[in-house]
Design a protein around this ligand. Structure first.
Ligand code: FMN
Length: 482
């Protein structure tokens, strides 16, 4: 039985990855757990649509009943769920009998601090389920301008539920929601286009669940009048727009390119992305512009032209409409000194690297890192380094540049780099974790609590050079809050 503490969705996925011995890949705003071992086979993906709304998607078969005891925390989150395939059992700790959450059934679960909930996903079944995790406070403050209709209906749900009490809603068996959930489940892409497609489907799923929750069954069924082949063709439109960001094409271009009439195109796009062709184009351009601000040194003007806008002020206006912040302010916020960033990598030490070499790397690191508010941890094991550094983005990227050019190691492979909200190694300029007792002695007071054997687990069965192993170590390190 696994004990899973309610937390941010990514933190919960990390706990699961460590428990199941699964691989976990993170991307900006998305993550995927990949399981292929004695515990089962499949994936669990996570997409943050916007602050306060995250989708959690299971496509997995467990080889024994997967049971976890879920411990609710103070900050109440709402779990909107729907099974596309399979079912699960759920029981609050103050209940006698578990409840079966059925295939094609809408359900909502809310916990109460101090109460736990047992979940059991049965073994040997194709388990496909989508959960939408909603944090009401974040959701309401972020989404009110964007999704008035959804916000209003959600408020009704939030209002109905007495604060700080457990709550389970079991809805009708509902095929309508299934159409949206299956689109979410079929989409395994965690890149930009995949996420935008998912965003539309997730909002559609939520909307559909709320509709059924409100017993507003009079609305018409999902009859979009498109074949599966046509829908699948329309999913390529996102890629087409992305590949042609600089050109300002018209509906005519799309009609020619995709061999479908404008009505069908509009309908399909509305269905897949929840918006018009125009809005989709703008969303993709703005998402790309945002990515460029985050990952390059291009100026706002350069970015504006590169996504097909000739007027900078108009571009800024559109960007602000989408992200509620001017691109110049977004850039300033992104690069301001306290913008926290992480890089983690693994590398191979040059032959004959001595203990004193390592000690001198460590000493130098401690002094330099302290000056720049960089913290982190360095693992040295059988000639392989793994390092996680965190701190102000500019300083981290500069340091990583230095490290990559350092001749004391080679074959450097980046495990992860990206922004983060909280430090993992707050009090450590650079904690060294090693199985070499002499070096360990020198820094022993800092390494207690982090056990190398435990961190590496079944290391004997894995190559020290495998990215998967080091991703696992990174996940374990991040969970080992001290
Ligand atoms: C595995 C490894 C980890 C390192 N970690 C750090 C570190 O955390 N901080 C640091 O300042 N230098 C670190 N260094 C040293 C840098 O590569 C580089 O030597 C140092 O930043 C000085 O660069 P400079 O002489 O160009 O100023 C590390 C080197 C290696 C081989």
């Amino acid at each position: 039985m696994m004990y899973l503490k309610e937390n941010s969705p990514i933190e919960m996925l990390r706990q699961m990855a460590v428990y199941l011995g699964a691989d976990l890949k993170e991307d900006h705003g998305a993550a995927i757990l990949l399981l292929d071992n004695k515990n089962g086979k499949g994936s669990i993906s996570l997409y943050e649509v916007f602050p306060g709304l995250t989708a959690w998607v299971y496509r997995i078969t467990f080889s024994s009943d997967f049971k976890f005891d879920f411990i609710f925390q103070d900050e109440q989150q709402y779990y909107f769920g729907y099974h596309h395939s399979g079912y699960q059992l759920q029981k609050f700790s103050n209940e006698e009998q578990p409840t079966k959450l059925l295939k094609n059934q809408n359900f909502i679960i809310v916990g109460e601090p101090g109460i736990t909930s047992d979940f059991t996903i049965p073994k040997d079944i194709t388990y496909e389920c989508c959960y939408l995790i909603i944090n009401p406070e974040d959701f309401l403050s972020y989404s009110s301008q964007r999704r008035k209709d959804l916000t209003l209906r959600l408020k009704e749900v939030f209002a109905f539920q007495v604060k700080q009490k457990t709550y389970r809603y079991l809805g009708d068996i509902d095929a309508k929601t299934d159409a949206y959930v299956s689109l979410i489940i079929d989409n395994e892409r965690t890149d930009l286009i995949g996420r935008l497609a998912i965003e539309g489907s997730i909002l559609n799923m939520l909307s559909s669940q709320l509709e059924s929750y409100n017993e507003d069954m009079s609305s018409e069924l999902l009859t979009i009048g498109l074949t599966k082949a046509e829908l699948s063709k329309i999913t390529e439109i996102g890629d087409f727009i992305r590949a042609n960001l600089e050109s300002n094409f018209t509906m005519d271009t799309l009609v020619k390119q995709f061999g479908m009439g404008p009505k069908k195109l509009q309908k399909g796009i509305k269905h897949l992305y929840g918006c018009t062709v125009n809005e989709l184009t703008i969303n993709i351009k703005m998402a790309h512009a945002k990515e460029l601000i985050e990952t390059t040194d291009m100026t706002i003007s350069e970015i504006c032209y590169s996504v097909g806008y000739s007027s900078r002020s108009y571009f800024s206006k559109v960007f602000q409409k989408r992200y509620h912040i001017l691109p110049s302010d977004f850039k300033a916020a992104h690069y301001k000194n306290d913008f926290l960033f992480e890089v983690s990598y693994r590398s191979i030490a040059k032959p004959n690297l001595s203990e004193s070499d390592i000690q001198s790397i460590l000493n130098r690191s401690k002094v330099e890192n302290n000056k720049r508010q960089i913290t982190g941890s360095l693992i040295y094991h059988n000639n392989v380094f793994f390092q996680l550094i965190e701190g102000p983005k500019r300083d981290i990227l500069n340091l990583y540049d230095n490290i990559q050019n350092d001749e004391r190691h080679y074959d450097i492979v980046t495990m992860w780099q990206g922004p983060k909200t909280k430090r993992e190694f707050e009090n450590w300029d650079m904690a060294l974790i090693t199985d070499n007792s002499n070096i360990a002695d020198a820094v022993s007071k800092e390494i207690k609590g982090l056990n190398l054997e435990y961190l590496m687990g079944d290391i004997k069965n894995q190559s020290l050079l495998s990215e998967r192993l080091w991703r696992k170590v990174r996940n374990t390190l991040k969970l080992e809050k001290h």
